[in-house]
Write a protein that binds this ligand. Structure first.
Ligand SMILES: [Zn+2]
Ligand SMILES: [Zn+2]
Length: 419
């Protein structure tokens, strides 16, 4: 069994825990020292997509100390640990849920100078997945210490969120078939939201992120004799400007999408008309049907604008993560738990969605569930956001996050009790 407060608390000046206002919930504070030490060690030793071997070993060691059975190797480096509560209906299918934390870091250089800064050049926990992992371990600790709930919880530690689609990889390795569950939940820290606050919304909360490439094929030649060529450069320019009309003229003004062309490549010299021009961009949408609309629009405009000028366009859509669409019932449920744990005026049930991407969207395509935010606050200064070299997860909210997960599990199980 895990020893309470096995590690000394970090200096008080660097840590002001925000805890739940509700004294009837299990107390996380005896375990916070250990959890913060775990989080900072993970921060100092970041590992990238599918290379989270040390990270997985550390998580497994923690879970083993709790006495939890686990399966390793889902999605290469993922882990699922399972805790069955003591209640008589713990195996009832509707009482089983999954809680997911992502565990990978980013390929970027950390600028922080504190003691737990990354020890590896070019790798950093710049998205706070170290904090997500520690919060979920905190929940596993609380629920193991007091297993007086009537249901089963699967703790999902997922690799490769940052571009590697680790969620999909775990599903392909049987996440939802080997560990049957009725719903799946996840939490992401959010610097724009003050520490201590939480937020969620029903419907889309993060965008689908898709890349596209358009190759415009013409006929090259001398810059002084354009009539003997089919110049792909003005055609590419026309396609780029026409693409802007998709969002402004084809899309419902109350819906959202972004089309950004970030790369245009053509030619080698000022007086040579090239035979090809290449356009690359990103297309982000909140709704699956909008994604389809935009993709069809990009193909249509590229092909027809090229055709109008006797050139030929080849469009290659590269679908990325789907949008993360929260299921309504689960979102309402999560919002209730947030109000209970953070306090009514600190919990928001209608936060704005973000145009960032998240592979939890794959899980929500296959399983009811919900993805919410826990406020991180602008901890390292205003404007320090996720994926910034100055970012750090805010340890003050670690206990709140762990308590939130604990409460969510207990409440989920309780809702099936017959009065
Ligand atoms: Zn990220
Ligand atoms: Zn992230």
């Amino acid at each position: 069994m895990l020893q309470a407060a096995a590690e000394p608390y970090p200096a008080a000046s660097s840590w002001r825990p925000l805890l739940t206002k509700n004294p009837s919930f299990p107390d996380i504070s005896p375990y916070l020292g250990r959890l913060i030490a775990f989080r900072r060690d993970m921060h100092a030793n970041p590992e990238l997509c599918y290379e989270e071997h040390r990270t997985a070993d550390q998580i497994a060691a923690y879970l083993q100390a709790l006495g939890l059975p686990m399966v390793r190797g889902l999605g290469k480096t993922g882990i699922v640990a399972t805790l069955r509560g003591r209640g008589p209906n713990a195996d009832a299918p509707e009482r089983s849920i999954g809680l997911r934390a992502d565990i990978d870091a980013l390929p970027m250089q950390e600028h922080n100078r504190f003691a737990h800064a990354s020890q590896h050049a070019g790798r950093m926990h710049g998205c706070g997945h170290d904090g997500h992992t520690a919060m979920l371990l905190g929940a596993a600790t609380l629920l193991t210490q007091q297993p007086d709930f009537d249901g089963t919880v699967h703790f999902i530690f997922q690799p490769a969120e940052e571009g590697g689609a680790g969620a999909k990889a775990m599903m392909e390795d049987g996440l939802f078939t080997r560990f049957p569950m009725r719903a799946v939940f996840a939490l992401h820290n959010w610097p724009a939201l003050p520490a201590g606050q939480m937020g969620v919304r029903a419907g889309p909360i993060m965008a689908s992120a898709n890349r596209f490439e358009i190759r415009v094929q013409g006929v090259g030649g001398h810059g002084a004799q354009p009539h003997t060529t089919i110049d792909p450069v003005p055609v590419a320019c026309a396609i780029v400007s026409q693409l802007q009309l998709l969002v402004s003229r084809n899309l419902d003004p109350l819906d959202s999408a972004v089309i950004t062309v970030g790369q245009v490549e053509a030619g080698s010299m000022e007086n040579i008309i090239p035979s090809e021009a290449v356009i690359r961009g990103t297309c982000r949408t909140l709704k699956p049907q909008t994604r389809k609309l935009m993709h069809e629009g990009i193909e249509r405009i590229a092909n027809h604008v090229a055709q109008a000028h006797q050139a030929r366009a080849t469009v290659n859509m590269k679908p990325g993560y789907p949008s993360t669409v929260n299921h309504e019932m689960e979102a309402l449920f999560m919002a209730e738990v947030m109000r209970e744990v953070a306090g009514a005026n600190m919990a928001h049930g209608d936060v704005l969605p973000a145009m960032t991407g998240e592979d939890f969207g794959f899980m929500l395509e296959a399983m009811p569930g919900c993805y919410g935010f826990i406020g991180n606050g602008p901890k390292n200064g205003p404007g320090v956001n996720l994926h910034s070299s100055d970012y750090d997860f805010n340890d003050d909210v670690l206990g709140l996050g762990a308590t939130f997960w604990d409460r969510l599990v207990r409440r989920w199980c309780k809702q099936w009790d017959t009065p």
